[in-house]
Write a protein that binds this ligand. Structure first.
Ligand SMILES: [Zn+2]
Length: 153
């Protein structure tokens, strides 16, 4: 990020928080050359993010795929406001992806981020998503994955 006063590239983020329902990120930056403090608003834009799938094939990040993956995992859940909850989790995942500042990411890494969010909300949804994205077919496999996510091991 360029300093708008002296145009050096050397600036640092001193504070940041999401705004407008977490689709924008507000940042306070400090120029390391002239020490001016200024504010930026950065919009969530993941259109340059390449997702590498388990098959090795890659594709551009697709928000609706992420949304439907999470939505599919919540089928049968008793959450009253399902669309809103799924939208919220989707936004949180997008925000986390943005903070990673990566150009390429494995689909399994995105799944991990989603699972971490689900783990904090509802366990039933979490379990279904886990089975869905990890192709889990037997109980011991499920236990291994669960240990990993729930116990952080
Ligand atoms: Zn400056």
């Amino acid at each position: 990020m360029e300093c708008p006063y002296c145009h050096t590239q050397q600036t640092e983020v001193t504070n940041s928080r999401p705004t407008l329902g977490e689709t924008q990120i507000w940042r306070r930056r400090k120029c390391l050359a002239c020490l001016t403090i200024f504010t930026t608003h950065e919009v969530v834009d993941l259109s340059h993010l390449i997702v590498i799938k388990k098959s090795g094939r890659s594709e551009v990040f697709n928000r609706s795929k992420l949304y439907s993956g999470i939505y599919g995992a919540t089928i049968g859940s008793k959450t009253p406001d399902r669309e809103r909850v799924v939208e919220k989790i989707t936004r949180e995942v997008e925000r986390e992806l943005l903070f990673l500042k990566r150009k390429r990411i494995m689909s399994i890494e995105i799944a991990d981020i989603v699972l971490n969010k689900l783990r904090k909300s509802q366990s039933a949804t979490f379990l279904r998503f886990l089975a869905y994205c990890k192709d889990i077919t037997n109980e011991s496999q499920m236990k291994r994955e669960l240990t990993k996510y729930i116990l952080g091991g």
